[in-house]
Design a protein around this ligand. Structure first.
Ligand code: NAD
Length: 350
């Protein structure tokens, strides 16, 4: 790896923390590197403490130092990463204009115009770690990331639920013709956000963005039930698809295995385990969702799936998307150039 792009990251909450670790673990094969981090409320010492004490994102293979205004990570092989850290509001970030890519991960700037100030100097694009209704594009890795263009200014990566559902739903429709669908999400809640030990039903942006992204899915044939629970580990997403050409449970498991194998449209994005051994084993999974094979049920034309997904570690697809974007900006050939994505026309059942 020779040429890399420089990245500035704004927001060091759950998403930023996971993203930093995900990148560190892969940095030697990544065409971008994080040079700056800003968080408007966490000081350098807060960030350092959170990193060393986190129950889920474990940095213990790195030596970590917080000195002056820098965070330093030393890899076991001696490779060193020195990141500038600032703790100021968005309009006072000292490194604005210096990175080639701006990672907006604070959750506070999901309206595109709030990212305008970041698009200056060397900064070509802002990648937003959440649903943004007015970003120039929503690019879901493994679904439509190949729609990337150099003139896009703000790009949303979708959301944790969008990444968990959309590529799989697209494949389902191509294979079996989806008539309607619903999704039941049991979503974690980080400790620092918890109001108390209670359950909370909320609106999920997937309910609106699913039909916007998937041209074949009408809004009146899709429901998302979303419940936040006071648990800080991984989350669950169960799905129902009513199909024109319903498979048997056995056929479906076989078709999924083929689609998830190397070169398949779901390869590297979804995985399948035979039995339910969750939830803890799915912490920091590299997959957008893991399907439990023994739990697949088919009743008449309705297919039921149970999955686990690590909402916070949906940085996996944000990482894939930004890696794809960086390679495009660098003019590098990428294996993702040839990845099979989005089927534009429903296919006949296999
Ligand atoms: N958390 C997820 O599962 C997840 C998944 C996908 C996308 N996103 C999106 O990413 C954006 C950021 O979400 P997030 O989950 O990182 O938010 P977060 O609540 O963890 O962080 C937001 C801010 O809260 C503060 N904060 C973080 N940890 C803290 C702590 N321990 N004590 C006190 N303050 C703390 C920081 O200032 C941080 O910038 C949002 O737009 C969100 O929708 C989050």
């Amino acid at each position: 790896m020779t040429e890399t792009l420089n990245v500035g990251l704004n927001g060091f909450g759950r998403f930023g923390l996971h993203l930093l670790k995900y990148w560190l673990d892969r940095n030697e094969d990544t065409p971008w590197k994080i040079g700056w981090i800003n968080d408007d409320s966490l000081s350098l010492q807060d960030a350092y403490r959170l990193m060393l004490q986190d129950d889920y994102v474990i940095f213990n293979k790195y030596k970590v130092y917080a000195e002056g205004d820098t965070l330093t990570f030393l890899q076991p092989n001696g490779r060193k990463h020195v990141l500038q850290y600032s703790n100021v509001p968005k309009d006072r970030i000292p490194w604005v204009g210096l990175p080639d890519l701006f990672f907006e991960c604070s959750g506070k700037n999901t309206i595109a115009e709030r990212c305008d100030d970041f698009l200056t100097g060397r900064t070509k694009q802002v990648l937003i770690s959440a649903t943004s209704w007015d970003a120039d594009a929503t690019l879901v890795y493994g679904f439509n990331h190949q729609d990337w263009r150099s003139d896009l200014r703000t790009i949303s990566y979708g959301s944790c639920t969008v990444n968990g559902f959309v590529p799989l739903a697209e494949w389902f429709n191509a294979m079996y013709g989806v008539v309607s669908s619903d999704v039941n999400v049991i979503h974690n809640e980080a400790r620092h956000k918890r109001g108390g030990e209670t359950l909370l039903r909320k609106f999920c942006t997937l309910e609106k963005s699913g039909p916007q992204l998937l041209s074949w899915l009408a809004g009146d044939r899709f429901i998302v039930n979303y419940t936040v629970v006071p648990y800080s580990g991984v989350s669950m997403m169960d799905m129902r698809f009513r199909c024109q050409r319903p498979p048997t449970a056995e056929q479906l498991a076989g078709d999924l295995s083929v689609a998830m194998a190397d070169g398949g449209p779901l390869a590297g994005i979804y995985d399948m385990d035979v039995a339910d051994i969750g939830p803890e084993v799915y912490n920091c999974t590299a997959y957008s969702a893991v399907i439990i094979r023994n739990a697949i049920k088919v009743l008449h034309d309705e297919v039921y799936l149970q999955t686990y997904f690590d909402t916070e570690n949906s940085v996996n697809r944000y990482y894939d998307l930004s890696t794809f974007v960086a390679r495009k900006l660098l003019g590098q050939e990428s294996r993702d150039d040839h990845k099979v994505v989005a089927f534009s026309q429903p296919m006949e059942a296999c």
